[in-house]
Write a protein that binds this ligand. Structure first.
Ligand code: AHZ
Length: 309
């Protein structure tokens, strides 16, 4: 009857996330998907667009100020870790902080700006899990474009309801607490919008923000303008004597060293991906990505072990 018609119209109107009082509840939107020149959109107010974004962004910031796991860096290792952890533990609040506007790190290309991506077995199992096609070359597989791997993985990670990704946001420092015996533990990260972080030398102090979590997983890559962030901070904070520094390229040594070495390097902080090579002084592998997947999965399992004990 009339009441169910009104309810249906209300439900339709609610989808537009209205600014209160502007569009009367029950308005039947005159939309038309027509590509012959009569295409008509549902009406909108500019403030509705602002509020739709602001409300969600700041709700995320508010809720994720206390997270279960923070992953720093959304490259191939960080994203593999996020997928493995978030898909298996839906109750965990997993927050990914990525300094760049574009998540994905170095995994948009294979090597030397070429497109194909090589992944050594047995890490090909992960490709089947996320549904990325490849060519089998015996000991390794080849994905036709690294962007196919990265975009698929990214879309799977972002579709998981327990994951929040804050990109264009840099981790500027670690929160380090001491217990009554003086034993130190990484207890969170200090964040700022990347454009603010880039301007610390040109502006007076622009203070950062914080996120606390029982487990921080750092996946910021090897040394570079931003890379190896947490490993370097452990040194300057006095928690690590010196960096091992990434060694020369040796694919057969590098990949197992990174996967098997992935661990909680200091209480509360797990290192994964190429950041670990700077901490441990292990070799680089160049453009072969199986170790980033394996290390990300190992980091996820380490996080579960810490959270469950
Ligand atoms: O933007 C960085 C990138 O997306 C991000 N990042 C770095 N510092 C950050 C900070 N706060 C927030 N302070 C930060 N985000 O971390 C991401 C690192 O991704 P990556 O692709 O550089 O590292 P990865 O370890 O995931 O993958 C390494 C891939 C490599 S390098 C290599 C070699 O040189 O031989 N071989 C492989 C497979």
């Amino acid at each position: 009857g009339r009441q169910s018609e009104i309810d249906a119209l209300r439900a339709a109107a609610a989808k537009y996330d209205r600014v209160d009082d502007h569009v009367p509840v029950g308005t039947k939107y005159d939309v038309l998907e027509d590509y012959q020149g009569s295409y008509r959109f549902a009406p909108i107010e500019e403030a509705q667009v602002s509020r739709a974004m602001i409300k969600r962004y700041f709700t995320n910031m508010y809720e994720r100020a206390i997270s279960d796991v923070v992953i720093v860096g959304a490259g191939s290792a960080g994203l593999s870790c996020a997928y493995h952890l978030a898909s298996r533990r839906p109750e965990l609040k997993i927050t990914i902080i990525e300094a760049s506007v574009a998540p994905g790190g170095g995994a948009w290309l294979g090597g030397q700006l070429m497109t194909a991506m090589v992944i050594r077995k047995p890490a090909d199992r992960f490709l089947r899990e996320i549904g990325v096609e490849y060519e089998d070359e015996g000991p390794f597989v080849v994905v036709k474009h690294a962007a196919l791997f990265t975009s698929t993985l990214l879309s799977k990670v972002l579709a998981l309801p327990n994951v929040v990704l804050m990109n264009a946001t840099a981790v500027e420092d670690l929160i380090i607490h001491s217990d009554f015996e003086g034993k130190q533990r990484v207890a969170g990260v200090v964040t700022n919008w990347t454009l603010v972080a880039l301007n610390h030398d040109t502006q007076s102090c622009m203070d950062p923000n914080t996120i606390t979590a029982p487990v921080i997983i750092s996946a910021t890559g090897h040394d570079g303008p931003m890379g190896a962030f947490s490993a370097k901070r452990l040194v300057s904070a006095g928690l690590l004597k010196e960096l091992g520094n990434m060694r020369g390229l040796d694919m057969n040594r590098a990949e197992p060293a990174i996967v098997n070495g992935t661990r909680e390097v200091t209480p509360g902080l797990i290192l994964t991906g190429m950041e670990l090579s700077e901490h441990d002084g292990s070799n680089r592998m160049g453009p072969t990505f199986g170790a980033m997947i394996g290390s990300g999965i190992k980091a996820a399992e380490e996080a579960v072990r810490i959270l469950d004990t």
